[in-house]
Design a protein around this ligand. Structure first.
Ligand SMILES: [Zn+2]
Length: 411
């Protein structure tokens, strides 16, 4: 069966689907639906039943061809939108066939150079057909590599009836890049037992844990007075906020000093006048219970600072954002085992990692659909240096097809 992943990918990336974080519409930019429509047309050509919703979601369903009665239903998910950080208008994809090493200079802006220094994994791509943008835009491999891989896998499955599989569902989302990918997802329309997002990096990357995340705000109320007659009365909320920020840890527990499995507290916004001030944080940790410990530390700093300001007050506001999918996936480790075995069966070396952020999969997992994240061949995402390779996407296709086959075999 001929691979269609490259042609699909080149077509999808030329459709501008940039999400808009300032918008209040669903989807945030209506142009995202242009790609959803193309997917709908291609699914129709493949004879795959599906629904394109008014908000741009595509739910598709490939009926199983197995004689076994109880094969679990799996789904695969990716997002059609691209990041707001970098232009996605007039993307001109360039295929660099049979990569032979060295740097790749992007023709429309010679200052944009993909180098081994920036991307050490390039050394493993000799012979690959690398796809880049032309220098003015991102490429959109995040996540059109995932979309193209899932679409080609569907094409392979429906055209190779000798591959036995249970029901396979596809789910394409919008607005993932602004944290709203699955907020309107209808789980009964997905209609699966578990699934995988294809929204990850280098070949073999597989992630089933991500940060647990809270928003946290310290609101300070000080005491105002006429500056000329303030002695012994005024308590400046601005100065209180400044002292709290100055007391935060600097060599640990902050984004600039942590990596791997370490969590952090991060003040991302501060506003204030004499009488009132607010410090907003994001709090992140792979261990969900540690969020409360980090919040307690912030409260301790606040009460210490306020000892010098006896007539001022504080208020803490906690907002739950997302949770580590591992809390859920740990109870369904067969999902992880199947993915690892599938990769090994198709000659891909699995590389387990953790996401220092959230995914569509973390929300789906906590809503009852366990959903780890599988590689699709993304590199340099959200930038003009973004690239992927045809061979990595083909490996993602093979992995998806093999996952479907293994689930049937094990049932
Ligand atoms: Zn993505």
């Amino acid at each position: 069966m001929q691979s269609t992943v490259k042609e699909r990918f080149l077509k999808y990336v030329q459709i501008d689907t940039q999400a808009d974080p300032t918008s209040h519409t669903i989807p945030s930019s209506s142009k995202q639906i242009n790609l959803s429509k193309v997917l709908s047309e291609e699914l129709t050509i493949m004879g795959i039943e599906h629904e394109l919703t008014a908000t741009g979601y595509v739910y598709a369903s490939i009926p199983g061809n197995s004689d076994k009665p109880n094969v679990p239903t799996v789904f695969f998910c990716s997002h059609v939108d691209t990041a707001p950080d970098c232009s996605g208008t007039d993307v001109r994809p360039i295929v660099h066939p049979n990569y032979q090493g060295g740097s790749i200079t992007l023709p429309d802006d010679p200052e944009q150079v993909i180098t081994l220094e920036k991307f050490p994994e390039l050394k493993d791509k000799l012979g690959h057909d690398i796809i880049t943008a032309s220098g003015h835009t991102l490429l959109g491999a995040d996540d059109k590599s995932g979309v193209a891989s899932i679409m080609d896998a569907a094409y392979q499955i429906v055209n190779n009836p000798e591959i036995k599989h249970g029901d396979v569902k596809l789910f394409f989302t919008v607005d993932e890049e602004i944290g709203k990918g699955v907020v309107n997802a209808e789980l009964d329309k997905i209609g699966a037992d578990f699934g995988y997002t294809l929204d990850s990096g280098n070949i073999g990357c597989f992630e089933y844990e991500n940060f647990s995340a809270n928003g946290f705000e310290i609101k300070i109320t000080g005491v105002s007075a006429h500056p000329g007659y303030a002695k012994g009365k005024m308590e400046s909320a601005i100065k209180i906020a400044g002292e709290i920020v100055a007391a935060l840890p600097k060599d640990s527990l902050c984004p600039e000093a942590t990596s791997g499995m370490e969590g952090f507290v991060h003040p991302h916004s501060i506003t204030g006048q004499l009488e009132s001030a607010s410090i907003k944080f994001i709090i992140r940790d792979f261990v969900t219970a540690n969020l409360a410990k980090h919040q307690a530390m912030l409260e301790e700093i606040t009460t210490q600072v306020l000892k010098s300001y006896p007539n001022s007050k504080y208020e803490l506001i906690v907002t739950e954002q997302y949770r580590n999918m591992r809390d859920v996936v740990d109870n369904h480790m067969h999902i992880v085992d199947t993915a690892i075995q599938a990769m090994e069966n198709v000659g891909v070396a699995p590389s387990l990692g953790s996401i220092r952020g959230g995914t569509d999969g973390s929300l789906l997992s906590h809503n009852g659909l366990p959903c780890p994240n599988l590689f699709s061949g993304q590199h340099g995402i959200h930038s003009k240096l973004e690239w992927t390779t045809v061979q990595e996407m083909q490996a993602a296709v093979s992995t998806v097809v093999e996952i479907c086959r293994l689930i049937e075999e094990k049932a």
